[in-house]
Ligand binder design. Structure first.
Ligand code: ADP
Ligand code: MG
Length: 235
């Protein structure tokens, strides 16, 4: 079976005045289906740029991105948008819930876009799964940061994505709350078999991943597969 994701010699350069800046520098990488991969590295090292390429929201300057054994570079913007709706889920640092929608409506929304069979029922099952079964009628402002992020996680998994991308999903949360959000994502990942790729600054979060990729100046400088036996973490 083809890997979930394959990057082949991917570079991304931006023009800045007269100079070209190289944000990703000949990155080659394969990610297996169902893996939980943490991407770490200093600010500006290219982490968000890498996620944007995986999502087909940006295109490499040179090199190729393949997802589920298919190339992204041959697809039109419309085809990419359709593919994203069905195959990808996103979680952002800033939650990005719709303020005038309840928790349930936020989770329902992507399902309505896909003409799914039972958006309300599915939303309730997902809210239950993230521990918010009784909070479906609440608006984001009535929920804590950690609860809002769990709604965002439920929404990201609503359309049964094969790949979930999360850009610093615990960045606005305290350590314990962040760990709970990660646990929620990990549980949904294991149940659904999705591949989860998450960018994080938090070593305790990264320690929970199957694999840690470290980016520095647009290159992968380390690729660790062992679980870190992190001191002070709950098992
Ligand atoms: N559209 C763009 N135009 C010019 N430079 C960009 C653009 N997008 C990102 N960059 C630059 O690329 C570098 C890496 O950015 P980013 O991927 O957001 O880093 P990270 O997520 O690791 O903090 C930064 O120096 C940023 O300024
Ligand atoms: Mg970033």
């Amino acid at each position: 079976m083809s890997p979930a994701i394959s990057l082949r010699n991917v570079s991304r350069r931006f023009r800045s005045g007269d100079a070209d800046i190289t944000v990703l520098d000949a990155v080659s990488l394969e990610i297996e289906r169902g893996e939980l991969v943490a991407i770490i590295g200093p600010s500006g090292s290219g982490k968000s740029t890498l996620l944007a390429l995986l999502a087909g929201l940006d295109r490499p300057t040179t090199g190729e991105v393949w997802v589920d054994g298919e190339p992204l570079h041959t697809r039109s913007e419309d085809e990419l948008a359709r593919w994203r709706r069905g195959a990808l889920g996103f979680v952002f640092q800033s939650f990005q819930l719709l303020d005038h929608f309840t928790a349930r409506e936020n989770v329902q929304f992507p399902l309505e876009l896909l003409d799914a069979a039972d958006p309300v029922g599915t939303a309730d099952v997902l809210l239950e799964a993230v521990g918010l079964g009784k909070r479906g009628h609440h608006y984001p402002r009535q929920l804590s940061g950690g609860e809002q992020q769990r709604v965002a996680v439920a929404r990201a998994f609503a359309a049964s994505p094969r790949i979930l991308l999360a850009d610093e999903p615990t960045g606005n949360l305290d350590g314990a709350t962040g760990a709970r959000v990660l646990e929620t994502m990990d549980e949904l990942r294991r149940k659904s078999g999705a591949t989860l790729i998450l960018v994080t600054h938090d070593p305790a979060i990264a320690a929970r991943a199957d694999r840690r990729l470290t980016l520095r100046d647009g290159r992968i400088v380390s690729d660790e597969r062992e679980r870190v036996s992190a001191v002070g973490l709950a098992p």
